[in-house]
Design a protein around this ligand. Structure first.
Ligand code: ADP
Ligand code: MG
Length: 150
């Protein structure tokens, strides 16, 4: 599914709608270059979960936990991860396989740890359509373990 937005407010509103619809155990990955609107989307998403406190990118920690909403919200930014062991150290499995909702920025850096079932969100600019235009692609991914073990 593709959604086109033409302002930060529209991207926030899309995030808010998806936050309202989020279910326990949901995992979302968020891809897009710097300045495309990942944080704007995440702020809307948090609002949709009923989180009132301000949400920004977790710069000095890999994950920021918000407990005040309808479901626990784990906001990951794995941009600075250098070794996959850092994910083990923060106990990511309790977040990924718990009752909360995970949103992971720069998820491509931890591809091998991602659960097979997840929602992938990609935000892209298209300057020909205007400076504030964003194309947001939402894909439901359902990878299965290979039957023969590869
Ligand atoms: P990222 O987290 O991807 O680096 P931010 O969400 O911090 O990006 O910033 C996105 C910037 O782009 C903000 O300054 C926002 O106002 C601006 N912007 C302009 N149009 C849009 C749009 N359609 N959707 C989201 N952000 C937009
Ligand atoms: Mg950001």
């Amino acid at each position: 599914m593709t959604v086109e937005t033409r302002s930060p407010e529209e991207t926030f509103a899309l995030g808010e709608k998806m936050g309202r619809q989020a279910v326990p155990g949901e995992i979302l990955t968020l891809k897009g270059d710097l300045g495309t609107g990942k944080t704007v989307f995440t702020q809307g998403f948090a609002r949709g979960l009923g989180i009132e406190e301000p949400v920004s990118s977790p710069t000095f920690t890999i994950v920021q936990v918000y407990g005040e909403g309808r479901l626990p919200f784990y906001h990951f930014d794995v941009y600075r991860i250098e070794d996959i062991d850092e994910m083990e150290e923060i106990g990511y499995e309790d977040c990924f396989y718990g009752e909360g909702v995970c949103l992971i920025e720069w998820a491509e850096k931890i591809e091998e740890l991602l659960p097979g079932k997840r929602k992938s969100i990609t935000i892209e600019k298209d300057l020909e359509q205007g400076f504030d235009f964003r194309k947001i692609t939402i894909e439901e991914i359902e990878e299965r373990e290979s039957e023969c073990g590869f």
